[in-house]
Design a protein around this ligand. Structure first.
Ligand code: ADP
Ligand code: MG
Length: 232
């Protein structure tokens, strides 16, 4: 049984037909990227998967059950991740795990360190840059124990260097502890680097235009040697 099944999904806003008869499946432990241009309906799709919008027609199932009966079974990082302004960064990072009844303080501290957020544990969101907030929200979604993680352009606010570090880190985490990941991006290189399978959304109304299996060996961190010039 597929982990996530999206079948004949359609969604319009007024006369704006955004998703049309969209169908795809994600298997257990698969890392799938959804690649599409801006405005093609990627975030709308995630809002439907996250149960924030209702589809006009079609169905989304998680483990064979309608998604509406599985609220809280997905870890979802929206495109504009909102940190709660009254909670410290550490308490924001811990939110997803806490909601699931998990205590992950030590893991959260280690991940904040790895993501360049050491020293900001007690800072409030307004004291962080856009990229720092995005990394905090990213860690929050990784610390949630759900078996399906949906990430909507999670690295869009990061500089090239930090983005590539986060990409490699995400792959390492996934390879160590497999879960199903659905990753939305408009960046072709990012999709090619990360995913096992890439679903390409056509221009509006979006439907799956093509599907690519990525089966070349991916570079691992230890295989990449940065040249001296690059590090200067
Ligand atoms: P993407 O994430 O691929 O950039 P979106 O899903 O954000 O695309 O948007 C796809 C289309 O849906 C756009 O034309 C956008 O204006 C429209 N749209 C998204 N959300 C809403 C909404 N809540 N109300 C009306 N239109 C919306
Ligand atoms: Mg979007």
């Amino acid at each position: 049984m597929a982990k996530l099944s999206v079948d004949h999904l359609s969604k319009s806003f007024g006369g704006n037909e955004v998703l049309k008869n969209l169908s795809f499946h994600i298997d257990e432990d698969e890392f799938v990227a959804i690649l599409g241009p801006s405005g093609s309906g990627k975030s709308t799709l995630f809002h439907l998967i996250g149960g924030l919008y209702a589809p006009d027609s079609g169905e989304i199932q998680l483990d064979g059950k309608n998604i509406n009966s599985r609220k809280g079974s997905i870890s979802y990082m929206p495109q504009s991740p909102s940190l709660l302004p009254w909670r410290t960064t550490l308490d924001n990072v811990l939110l997803g795990a806490e909601l699931a009844g998990k205590k992950e303080r030590q893991a959260a501290l280690e991940m904040m360190d790895k993501a360049g957020l050491k020293g900001y544990e007690k800072a409030y969101p307004h004291q962080l840059s856009g990229g720092m907030k995005q990394r905090a929200a990213f860690i929050r979604s990784l610390l949630s124990p759900q078996p399906l993680i949906c990430l909507d352009e999670p690295f869009s606010a990061l500089d090239e260097f930090t983005r590539s570090e986060m990409q490699r880190w995400l792959l390492d985490i996934w390879q160590e502890n497999k879960r199903s990941i659905l990753f939305v991006t408009h960046n072709i290189e990012e999709a090619l680097f990360l995913a096992d399978r890439i679903l390409v959304l056509s221009e509006k109304p979006a439907t799956i235009e093509g599907e690519f299996h990525v089966n070349f060996p991916r570079p691992r961190e230890e295989d990449i040697t940065l040249t001296e010039e690059f590090l200067q």
